[in-house]
Design a protein around this ligand. Structure first.
Ligand code: SAH
Ligand code: SF4
Ligand code: F3S
Length: 483
């Protein structure tokens, strides 16, 4: 296991072992020697910065990168002018790619001023051959590139990058192993994301994720439970189980386990008070899962259930494998079984062939379900996906018009839903000091709504009962009960 003493006992002059994770621990020890030597030569400890540019799955990967950098002895900072900067990229929409190129330009400026600086790129965008080609050609100042499948090899690649010259590139097409027991650094002391599976087999026709994250692979339940038990022992009270399609968890294991069964096991772990998960797919949402949620004292009253479109014709073209009617029935069933449930969603506007009439149908579903919140995205063409080659790509101005119409209804619906809590009391988990005013802290309700209320940083990580006094659209201003 990972700890200081273990690394100190590794003899760096020996050939690293072949088996994982021992091999990576050996490289962490080697990096640590390099860092010590850097400190002696330059009179300061080198700084490292991990920039997360993607979803929760990427955020969790960033914590793993940070854990390894910390083990290597780096001083981990937020500033992108550090001695080692790694961008953990996303490529789900084109604007994610554009953001990276902008940030790289700035990083190049820092590198010109700091001769020690190394720039690394990893994550989903690096799994695209065209991106690698562009970086090798136009961004040759980058020192290290690797993808999503070999993230566990980061210590080894870091060592190669620190001790070599020229760009180190290591991209794999797929992965067959899941390496357990590598270090990770948590952003929050009291809550943590946990990968329960990797990859996606759904191939929604617009989506690049299955191509850059590979096939679906579930972690063994015992590894997940052990990780959560350790987190609980370390003070974590809220866990978020992560996967691209969590309710297909366990189907590919030698001893198949359902997602609902996994949740029941997590529920038994002492110290864990709240359980969240992200993202379930409507087509796989079983009655078993609804019943487990309904009877659970720990699973939060929030379900993020991506709709994508309210038009059955478009849903079919998207390969989502449910109809508008099936989604509506599912939402009805959920609300009937779990009346205090908040439902949020993702929607795409401008998918090839979409007409204003299709957007009307999406708006109709938003009104009928009454989403508590929704992320609305403009369709972004991803090369290599089936939708990129479809006829009838929607002109940008038509898509934008539909997007604005949908967004307006989403905002009205969400504000109306938020108002139902006015005057009630709720238990919140305090996440830290609020950005909404001096002297305020931010708490999160079980249904995912944020409440800002007077308090100090000392409340962070605690459960507090608050009165919900003033609804401000998507959040509340409250007061601690009894004050
Ligand atoms: N696995 C999750 C999340 C995938 S990515 C799921 O199935 O819901 C998060 C969201 O990005 C998706 O729900 C979708 O709404 C959006 N998205 C994915 N590909 C997109 C594309 N090409 N253009 C616009 N939005 C996209
Ligand atoms: Fe993409 Fe669909 Fe997989 Fe979600 S379920 S990651 S939208 S392919
Ligand atoms: Fe982006 Fe990869 Fe997540 S493409 S949305 S960071 S899985």
């Amino acid at each position: 296991m990972c700890n200081e003493i273990y690394l100190e006992t590794i003899d760096c002059s020996q050939e690293p072992p072949q088996e994982e994770p021992a091999r990576q621990y050996c490289y962490m020890a080697k990096c640590r020697e390099w860092v010590k030597d850097f400190e002696q030569r330059n009179g300061y400890r080198p700084k490292a910065c991990v920039v997360n540019m993607g979803c929760q799955m990427n955020a969790r990967d960033s914590e793993k990168l940070l854990g390894i950098l910390r083990q290597a002895g780096y001083d981990c900072v937020e500033g992108e002018d550090a001695d080692f900067v790694i961008f953990n990229t996303c490529t789900v929409r084109d604007n994610a790619n554009q953001r990276l190129y902008g940030r790289l330009g700035v990083a190049h400026g820092h590198k010109r001023r700091n001769p020690h600086m190394k720039i690394a790129l990893c994550g989903c965008m690096m799994q695209e051959a065209a991106v690698i080609e562009k970086i090798q050609k136009s961004y040759s100042f980058v020192d290290l590139i690797f993808g999503t499948h070999n993230l566990y090899k980061f210590a080894e690649l870091l060592y190669q990058c620190l001790t070599g010259t020229g760009m180190v590139t290591d991209i794999w097409d797929g992965a067959d192993q899941i390496v357990e027991d590598l270090p990770a650094e948590r952003k929050y002391a009291f809550k943590s994301g946990i990968n329960i599976m990797f990859g996606c087999n759904n191939f929604c026709s617009y989506c690049i994720v299955p191509y850059v994250r590979g096939r679906e692979r579930s972690r063994e339940p015992k590894d997940i439970i052990r990780e959560i038990e350790r987190l609980a022992a370390d003070g974590v009270v809220e866990v978020m189980l992560l996967g691209q399609n969590v309710n297909s968890y366990g189907k590919t294991l030698a001893d198949p386990v359902s997602f609902a069964q996994l949740l029941q096991e997590v529920e038994k772990i002492e110290g864990i008070k709240r359980i969240r998960f992200m993202t379930p797919h409507p087509k796989d949402l079983s009655d078993e899962l609804i019943q487990v949620m309904k009877h659970s004292g720990k699973i939060c009253r929030h379900l993020h259930l991506p709709l994508q479109s309210g038009s059955t014709r478009i849903l079919q073209a998207m390969n989502r494998r449910y109809t508008k009617e099936q989604y509506l029935l599912l939402a009805d069933k959920l609300k009937k079984e779990i009346p205090d449930l908040s439902i949020t969603t993702d929607m795409i506007v401008g998918f090839p062939g979409e007409t204003p009439g299709d957007v009307d149908e999406t708006i109709e579903v938003v009104k009928k379900v009454g989403f508590d919140n929704a992320f609305t995205f403009l369709y972004s063409k991803r090369s290599g996906t089936p939708a990129a080659d479809m006829a009838d790509q929607v002109p940008a101005e038509i898509a934008k018009e539909g997007f604005d119409r949908l967004l307006k209804v989403v905002q009205e619906t969400a504000a109306q839903r938020a108002r139902r809590f006015a005057g009630q009391t709720a238990e919140v988990l305090v996440e830290g000091v609020s950005e909404h005013g001096a002297g305020l802290v931010t708490g999160r309700m079980s249904g995912n709504m944020l409440v800002h209320f007077p308090g100090d940083a000392g409340l962070t990580g605690q459960f507090v009962t608050v009165r919900l006094e003033e609804c401000r659209g998507f959040y509340y201003i409250g007061k601690q009960n009894g004050r």
